[in-house]
Design a protein around this ligand. Structure first.
Ligand code: G6P
Ligand code: MG
Length: 216
């Protein structure tokens, strides 16, 4: 069987629960603008860039804003989000993550973070885990967001591992699609129905090591 040599992690909703802060920040902006927004719409935003996320909310509400307005409101959402992530500490690392990373490192697996978030460096810094990873993709340099495979292919290249030798960890449908299109093994974290295209779906990353032993 093919032994995998690289592991690529999404950040928000995989390593830490910042997916909840993205949701709350969009919720606040939407209510200020009198726009409808709920968990179901939010599911469509996971893994999707800031401006495109606002476009989805507008589309769901049958509205359209000028480019300038979109920039303005997306920036306002970001201010709410930045305020929320200020107080993140290592205690906010999700269950199972520390153990999984330590195990992968012991197995000699190369590690990367592939997040669409421009706030990823701040979150990783606050969690004090930036040094765990061999590479963190710079979201600002990625031309096409998830579900395009670009971000995962760039991550694989930077850790010197072939795409098909990588396993990716994702909590978003867009991210799972991107991983599959990149030719990687896709592990979904969260809801089986929302992540039905993943090769494997788990509730969280506790107790995943025995399963991963089959792949690495
Ligand atoms: C991640 C999150 C999305 C977020 C995107 C951009 O992919 O899952 O919810 O919209 O990053 O984040 P940013 O911090 O740059 O607005
Ligand atoms: Mg995510």
């Amino acid at each position: 069987m093919l032994r995998r040599k690289g592991a690529i992690f999404d950040l928000d909703g995989v390593i830490t629960d910042t997916a909840k802060y993205h949701y709350l920040a969009w919720k606040r902006l939407a209510s200020e603008l009198g726009l409808y927004f709920d968990e179901k719409i939010n599911e469509r935003l996971k893994g999707i860039g800031r401006l495109e996320s606002l476009e989805i909310i507008l589309e769901e509400n049958g509205q359209n804003f000028s480019h300038q307005e979109k920039e303005y409101y997306a920036n306002r959402k970001n201010q709410y989000y930045v305020e929320m992530i200020k107080n993140i500490t290592p205690k906010d690392i999700l269950p199972g993550v520390t153990n999984l990373i330590a195990t992968l490192k012991a197995w000699g697996v190369k590690l990367a973070v592939a997040s669409a978030s421009k706030n990823a460096p701040t979150v990783l810094k606050n969690l004090r885990i930036i040094e765990w990873f061999d590479h963190v993709v710079d979201a600002g340099r990625i031309k096409k967001g998830k579900p395009d495979p670009e971000i995962f292919l760039v991550a694989a290249q930077n850790i010197g591992v072939k795409p098909w030798e990588c396993v990716g960890f994702e909590d978003s449908a867009a991210g799972i699609e991107a991983l599959k299109r990149a030719g990687m093994l896709a592990v979904g974290i969260g809801d089986k129905e929302a992540l039905k295209d993943a090769d494997l779906v788990v509730k969280d990353l506790t107790f995943i090591t025995p399963i991963l032993e089959l792949f690495f």
